[in-house]
Ligand binder design. Sequence first.
Ligand SMILES: [Zn+2]
Length: 239
Amino acid sequence: MEHDNLIACHECDTLFKKPQLLGSRSVARCPRCGATLYRSAYRRLDGISAMTLAALFTFLIAQAYPILELDANGITSQTTLFGALVALWNEDMQIVAVMVFCATTLFPLTELVALLYVLIPIRSGYVPAGFNQVLRAIQFVRPWGMIEVFMLGVLITIVKMVSLARVIPEAALFAFGALTLMFAVVVMFDPRTLWDIADELTARRARPTPRTAADSAAAAVGATLTGSASGQPAAPHQG
Ligand SMILES: [Zn+2]
């Protein structure tokens, strides 16, 4: 018995053979208790693609602009995330600098770019090269992106420094705040569902199926024409 094509209802534990969802707006429900088994991931592709693209632009703003400006006795200084990393490196804290770089820059950027690399072609209906490797890379880097932890650290620093100097929040601080929320939405999307879509696309490419009523009619007319041309009508009228 094949196990990879089975799905269990999470409410009543009934086991079903996983049906293939057709069309862009379909939901598989348990016929016993009515719980939603799973949804077609197609309908979420547009939303998650837009959110990933928006997160990428917000990420660039967060990296490019200063996070904070400190004003102590008339002396002002401001820093970007990159400036803070350089300062950590120069203070002989290279390991911390590398860890902060990976958790706040390298891994989140890898995840966003990799997601866009697979999402945009899948939306257009084809599977990009290296699809499996890119999805595995997303699943590998996902737990290591810690923008929310960094955001928490910055907020604690602001609270502690308010007594020492005037702290002025800059553009990147708001960008990091927005990015934290955007990443919360992006990580809700399970990249494994893309494997199902890719399988469906590959199957559809191997055996093209008519998608609309007009296509079905055209396919039927085409079949009739080919049948007549070869001299073998599918349903003879006179007998
Ligand atoms: Zn059920």
